[in-house]
Design a protein around this ligand. Sequence first.
Ligand code: PEP
Length: 252
Amino acid sequence: MANSIRYFVGNWKMFGVPSSYSIIEKFESHFRKDKKNNKKYKIIIAPPHTLLQDFSQKFKYKKISISAQNCHYKDNFGAHTGHISPYMISKLGVKYIILGHSENRASGDTDSIIKQKVELALKNNFVVIFCIGENKLEKRKNRTLNVLKKQLHNVLNKKLNEKNIIIAYEPVWSIGTGKLPTSAELAHSINYIKSNLSKIFKKRIPPVLYGGSVDSNSIYLFKNISVIDGFLIGGASKSPKNFIDIIKNFYK
Ligand code: PEP
C-alpha cells in the first residue's frame, strides 16, 4: 500500500531565473483551487541553488515547498570552491534536498559520498529525497534488483531518521528519454525497494517515488500502481501546464 500522501516533486536541474517564480505561483494557485484532492498530495519544487534564497522566502507561508538539488558532503564551511553545505542551505529556510541524482552520480558522486551527504543533510534537519536507479547496461544484464539493493544498503542504515527520508526510484535509462518501465517491472522494483527499506528501518518505511519521463500522458500508466507514493518529475516540471496536467490526470 502507498503512504497516504502522494508527492509531486519537480526537479528543475539547471533551469530558472528569478522571474521563474511565476511558474511556481501557478502550481500554488492550482493547489489552492483543487479543494477536492489537495489534501491527498504535496508539491515540492527544486530550483537551482541561485534561486533558493529568493524562492524559499517567497513561498515561506505558502503550500508549495522548496527543495535544494544537491550539496557538498562535508563541513559547514570549508575550502571547497564552488560548493555549498547543507548547513548553508538550511539557513535559507529550505527543508528538502535531492541527493544521489544519477546526473550527480555520473559526475563523481559515489555511494560513499552520497552517504556522507545524506547523513550531513539529516543532521541539518532536511528531508532527503534520495535517488536510486539502475542504468541501461545494468537493466540489460538483469542486475536491476542487485543495483537497487546495493545503492540502498550502502547509504542507509537503521540509525538514520527514516521520517526525514523519501526514496526516488529513477531508472537512469528512463530519465529524459521517454522510455518507461512496464507497470509490472515498476511495481516489482518498488516492492523490492520497500522490502529492503523494511529490513533497514523496521518501524516505518519511507515513501518511494518514481521518476523518469513522467508527463501528462505517462501518468495514466502509473496511476494504478498503488505502491508508488509519488513522482519526481524533471522536464515536465518546468511548464505550469504540463506539471498541473500531471496532477489533474492522476486524480481524474
Ligand atoms: C529527473 O531528472 O529526475 C527526471 C525524472 O527527469 P525527466 O522527468 O525529465 O525524465
